[in-house]
Design a protein around this ligand. Structure first.
Ligand code: M6R
Length: 617
C-alpha cells in the first residue's frame, strides 16, 4: 500500500522518479507527490517550491512538473489513503516546520496522535491530517538536541510505533537518501554511480537488477556511489546485493490494453513457468527441491493450516480439497486476518502454509509469525523473491511467473493452484499414500493444461459477447461445488473488485438455505457445472434457479448439451480431471470480469479503493 520511489545519482531525478511512481502506481493511486531539492542548500521557502503534489493518478502530477524542475536526488510517493482524505495537503512528501526534513512513508504510525499533541505543545505546526507528518516534526525536534541527522533519525525511529517504510532527505545535505523499514517493504537498488529505493523491486528492475531488501528494524543511507546499512542500535551491517531475475518486459503491458488482460492471456505460459524444473516430463514425476530442508518434517506432519487473504485464500481453499483428497491429511484454510486474532492452537506436527503473491500482505505475515511463535513448520508459496514472507518461511516455493501488476490477481491464482497441486502430489508421495501410476496421471494432465488454457483464451471474443449481455445486471451469484466451490468465490471477487457490481460466491448446496430467496429475473447466477463427481447435484441446483425465473450463465465441459439446453448461456471449457478443474474454470470467469469492468469504462488495473500490496491490517 502506497508506493515510494527514491533516486540519487547524476541523472535528472524528476523523470526517473515519475517513471518509478508509474511502475508503483498499482500500490495506491489517490494522490501523488515528488520532492527534488536543488544541489545546494536552500532556504525553507525555496524548499517548499521543490515539492509538487497532485490529487489522482501519477499522470496528474507529471503534468504539473515544470521543464526547469531539475535535480539529481529526490523522493516520490503515490498514496493509498489511511489517515486523511485524498488531497494535495495530505499527499506525501511531508515536511517539518522549517522545510529541512522531507519524507515519504508507507505504513501506519500508531502512536501519531499522542506524538502530535506533544509536538504541537512544543510549538510545531501541522499541515496535514496524516500520521506521517509527525515523523518529519519529530526528526526536527530531535535535531534541536542531536546535531547529527542520522542520530536524530535513529532516535525518531526508536520513538515511533507501528509500521513504516520511510525515505527521507535532509535539505541541508541533499546528497543522501535515508531509508528505514519496520513492517512495510522497502528495497534498495544498487546501480553504477547511482542508487534507487522503492517499495517494490518491479520499479527498480528497469535500472538495475542488483537489490538489497531491508529487514525490519534496519535503516540505510544511500549516496550516489555508496550504500550503508545499520540496525536500530546504530551498528553497521554488511550485506551484498542479490540479483533479481525479472526482466523489464515483464513490467510492461506488451501491447495489451491492460495488465489484467496481459496477465490472463499469459495463462498457459504461467503454468509452464510455474512448473519449470519441477515437473519431469520423462518420468512424469514432481520434484520440489525447495522442500529438501523440511522433507523429514513433512513426512511426519499431522495437520496443515493454510492462511492467506483474498484471491490467495481461495487458492488455499482449492489446496484444502486437493490435500485432503489426494494426500490424505487434515487441512484447514483460514482468513489470515482472523487466524491471528482468534487465539489459534497450533499443535506440534502442524505445517502452516502462507500463500501470497506480494509476500508482504500484513495479515498473512502476522498469521505466519503467530504460527511460527507456536512452533509450526512454515512452507510458503510466494511470487515476490526476497519478500518478507519468503524470508521468514522455513521453505519457499516461488511461483516463477514474474511480477503481477494488475491489482486484480489472475495469473498468480493459476500459479498458486498449480503449485498446490504439485505440492499435493509430492506430499502424498512422501507420506506413502499414493501410487506412481496415480501420480503419473496427474502429471500428464498438468502437462496438457497449457494447451487447454490456450483454447479458452482463444474463445475470448465469445466470452466478451456473453459479458456484454450480462453487463446490465447489478447483482450476481456464483455457485459451485467441491473443486469449483472456491472458484465461485474467486469469480465473484474478480467481478466485484473491477466492475463494482455486487457478486456473491456460494456453495451450490447452500442455495436452498437462504440465497435462493434473492433469485429472480434480475439476479443472474453463474453456475460452475463441469463434468465432475458432483455434476448431477449441480444440475439439480441449476434447475432450482431456473424454476424461480433466474437467468443462468453456465460453465460446462465442452459438448455438454444437458447444461447448455438448461442454461441461458454456456461457456465451454475443455475436459480435465476433477482436481485440475479450478485452473481451467477460473479462466472464463477472469475474462468475464475483465470484459464487464472494461465495458463499464473502468480502469481495471487500478480499481477504486484497492491497492496491490496490502501492507496495513
Ligand atoms: O499479495 P497477496 O497475494 O498476499 O494478496 C492477497 C490479496 O490482497 C489479493 O489476492 C487481493 O484479494 C486481490 N485484489 C484479488 O484480486
Amino acid at each position: 500500500m502506497c508506493g515510494i520511489f527514491g533516486y540519487v545519482g547524476s541523472k535528472e531525478a524528476p523523470k526517473i522518479l515519475i517513471e518509478g511512481l508509474k511502475a508503483l502506481e498499482y500500490r495506491g493511486y489517490d494522490s501523488a507527490g515528488i520532492y527534488v531539492p536543488l544541489n545546494n542548500q536552500q532556504q525553507s521557502t525555496q524548499q517548499q517550491n521543490r515539492c509538487i503534489k497532485a490529487v489522482g493518478q501519477v499522470k496528474n502530477l507529471e503534468a504539473k512538473i515544470p521543464a526547469d524542475f531539475k535535480g539529481n536526488i529526490g523522493l516520490a510517493h503515490t498514496r493509498w489513503a489511511t489517515h486523511g482524505v485524498p488531497s494535495e495537503v495530505n499527499s506525501h512528501p511531508h515536511s517539518d516546520c522549517s522545510g529541512r526534513v522531507w519524507l515519504a512513508h508507507n505504513g501506519i504510525v500508531e502512536n501519531y496522535s499522542e506524538l502530535k499533541q506533544e509536538l504541537i505543545a512544543k510549538g510545531h505546526t501541522f499541515k496535514s491530517a496524516t500520521d506521517t507528518e509527525v515523523v518529519a516534526h519529530l526528526i526536527e525536534e530531535n535535531l534541536k538536541t542531536i546535531a547529527d541527522f542520522s542520530s536524530a533519525l535513529k532516535a525518531t525511529l526508536n520513538t515511533i510505533t507501528g509500521t513504516y517504510g520511510l525515505v527521507i532527505i535532509d535539505a541541508n545535505d541533499p546528497t543522501k537518501l535515508y531509508i528505514a523499514r519496520k513492517g512495510s517493504p522497502i528495497v534498495l537498488g544498487i546501480g553504477e554511480g547511482e542508487n534507487f529505493v522503492a517499495s517494490d523491486p518491479s520499479a527498480i528492475v528497469p535500472h538495475t537488477k542488483k537489490v538489497i531488501y531491508l529487514n525490519d528494524g534496519e535503516w540505510a543511507i544511500l549516496q550516489a556511489g555508496s550504500y550503508q546499512l545499520f540496525d536500530l542500535a546504530g551498528g553497521e551491517l554488511k550485506r551484498e546485493p542479490q540479483i533479481i531475475e525479472w526482466s523489464v518486459e515483464e513490467t510492461k503491458k506488451g501491447g495489451f490494453d491492460h495488465f489484467m488482460l496481459k496477465e490472463i492471456m499469459e495463462g498457459g505460459k504461467v503454468i509452464k513457468n510455474t512448473l519449470a524444473g519441477r515437473l519431469d516430463e520423462n518420468t512424469l514425476s514432481i520434484k520440489l527441491p525447495e522442500l529438501l530442508g523440511v522433507e523429514e518434517k513433512l513426512k511426519n506432519i499431522k495437520r496443515i493450516i493454510i492462511t492467506s487473504c483474498g484471491t490467495a485464500l481461495y487458492a488455499g481453499w482449492v489446496g484444502e480439497y486437493l490435500l485432503e483428497e489426494y494426500a490424505k491429511i487434515p487441512v484447514e484454510c483460514e482468513y489470515a486476518s482472523e487466524f491471528r486474532y482468534r487465539s489459534p492452537i497450533v499443535e506440534p506436527g502442524t505445517l502452516v502454509m502462507s500463500i501470497t503473491q506480494s509476500g508482504e500482505t500484513a495479515d498473512t505475515l502476522a498469521a505466519l509469525r503467530e504460527a511460527k511463535r507456536q512452533g509450526a513448520v512454515i512452507v510458503s508459496i510466494v511470487n515476490t523473491v526476497g519478500s518478507t514472507i519468503a524470508r521468514e518461511s522455513d521453505a519457499v516455493i516461488y511461483n516463477q511467473i514474474g511480477p503481477e501488476i494488475g491489482v486484480a490477481s489472475t495469473k498468480a491464482f493459476m500459479s498458486q493452484v498449480a503449485l498446490l497441486t504439485a505440492f499435493t502430489v509430492r506430499l502424498a508421495e512422501l507420506r506413502g499414500v499414493t501410487t506412481t501410476e496415480a501420480d503419473k496421471k496427474v502429471v500428464q494432465e498438468i502437462l496438457d493444461l497449457p494447451a487447454k488454457i490456450e483454447s479458452i483464451l482463444d474463445s475470448r471474443e465469445a466470452i466478451k459477447d456473453v459479458a456484454t449481455k450480462y453487463a446490465k445486471y447489478n447483482d450476481f451469484l456464483f455457485m459451485g461445488r467441491k473443486y469449483t466451490f472456491p472458484i465461485a468465490f474467486e469469480g465473484a471477487l474478480k467481478l466485484k473488485e473491477i466492475s463494482y457490481v455486487h457478486a456473491e460466491g456460494y456453495g451450490a448446496g447452500e442455495m436452498k438455505h437462504g440465497p435462493i430467496a434473492m433469485i429472480d429475473e434480475n439476479f443472474p447466477t453463474v453456475a460452475l457445472c463441469p463434468a465432475d463427481s458432483v455434476y448431477e447435484k449441480m444440475i439439480s441446483n441449476v434447475q432450482e434457479i431456473k424454476a424461480r425465473s433466474g437467468r443462468v450463465l453456465a460453465i460446462a465441459t465442452v459438448g455438454d448439451q444437458t447444461v447448455s439446453k438448461m442454461a441461458d448461456e454456456t461457456i465451454f471449457v475443455p475436459e480435465v480431471m476433477e482436481m485440475l478443474l479450478p485452473i481451467i474454470c477460473v479462466v472464463p470467469l477472469q475474462l468475464f470480469a475483465y470484459y464487464i469492468g472494461t465495458g463499464k469504462g473502468y480502469d481495471v488495473d487500478k480499481p477504486r479503493n484497492l491497492a496491490k500490496s496490502v501492507t496495513v491490517e
